[in-house]
Design a protein. Structure first.
Ligand SMILES: [Zn+2]
Ligand SMILES: [Zn+2]
Length: 306
């Protein structure tokens, strides 16, 4: 079996098993066979694995929105791995590819291929991460490489913890149902937030701000803001744009656990609001541009779309 085939099979199981678990859990709920302990395990596991993705995989690792101690990096990458959305290296590479080719045919989850593809189709059809193009600096990061190679250990831990806390029903709610929710909420950022919502910035893509995804995905639904300022550790840019990940990042900064938190300079925020800009503030983009490939592709697509 080829690597791609195997990956595809694992991805399909990773989508179908949580779905079956969730249907069974809803049946139990219907029969009133649910206890509060299981619901608390679900909430706790959802919270920790979701911030693993939003703060760990996304804002810390992929966009380098802040710096921190190696132990804190390991902790967040562990939580992100427990969400079972793929190893850190794959996740970050695919996401960088998304930012570099947003809403074009080279976007791994382009909405141009329909809602289903943008949401889940890309995942189950055996996606290919290209870290040698989109995440070269990650390949040199021993922590990222170690956490990616041991991905399945952390994924399994996401089931062992609920088992220790609540037995097999704990695994059902804190493992499978939680995995179902985090998966679909994360994928909603790729699908819903490139189709439905409002735009605050004139970015050269179709990214949208969607308050419901903002709420469920701990701030990641302010996705138009994010495409306008990818490196910003804060996605909610108005007081009413609920961004739980940002509040936690601010809290950790005050505790001295993280530092060099990247904030949008006020003059750039003001300038960006009024211009039809090109997203040129990717640190990773300028790195790739040294080889000329990424930016050339990016420009080519921007131009093609006029
Ligand atoms: Zn996007
Ligand atoms: Zn991003």
């Amino acid at each position: 079996m080829t690597d791609r085939r195997l990956k595809q099979m694992i991805s399909v199981i990773g989508v179908v098993a949580p779905l079956i678990g969730t249907i069974f859990a809803i049946w139990l709920l219907w029969q009133r066979l649910v206890n509060w302990n299981d619901i608390a395990i679900l909430a706790g596991m959802y919270f920790f694995t979701a911030i693993g993705i939003t703060i760990g995989y996304h804002r810390m690792l992929t966009h380098r929105g802040f710096e921190t101690h190696p132990a804190v990096r390991v902790f967040f990458l562990m939580l992100g791995s427990m969400a079972v959305e793929g190893p850190a290296l794959d996740w970050a590479s695919i996401h960088i590819k998304h930012h570099a080719n947003t809403d074009t045919e080279d976007d791994p989850h382009s909405p141009l291929d329909g809602f289903f593809h943008a949401h889940i189709g890309w995942f189950i059809s055996g996606f290919i991460a290209e870290p040698e193009i989109y995440g070269k600096w990650l390949l040199k990061d021993p922590i990222v490489m170690f956490m990616s190679k041991t991905f399945f250990v952390w994924g399994a831990l996401g089931f062992v913890i609920p088992y220790l806390l609540g037995g097999w029903t704990g695994v059902l709610w804190g493992g499978l149902v939680r995995m179902f929710l985090t998966h679909h909420v994360t994928w909603s950022v790729n699908s819903i937030c490139h189709i439905f919502g409002a735009r605050m910035f004139d970015t050269p893509d179709r990214s949208k701000n969607n308050w419901l995804v903002g709420l469920l995905a701990f701030g990641e639904g302010w996705h138009n803001n994010h495409h306008a300022f990818p490196r910003s550790a804060f996605h909610g840019l108005r007081w009413w744009q609920f961004d739980l990940s940002a509040y936690i990042i601010r809290g950790l900064e005050q505790l001295g656990l993280i530092w060099n938190v990247w904030r949008i300079p006020t003059e750039r925020l003001r300038a960006r609001s009024s211009i039809s800009g090109r997203s040129s503030d990717y640190r990773y983009e300028s790195e790739a541009a040294q080889k000329g490939t990424l930016r050339a592709t990016y420009r080519q697509h921007s131009d093609r779309r006029g």
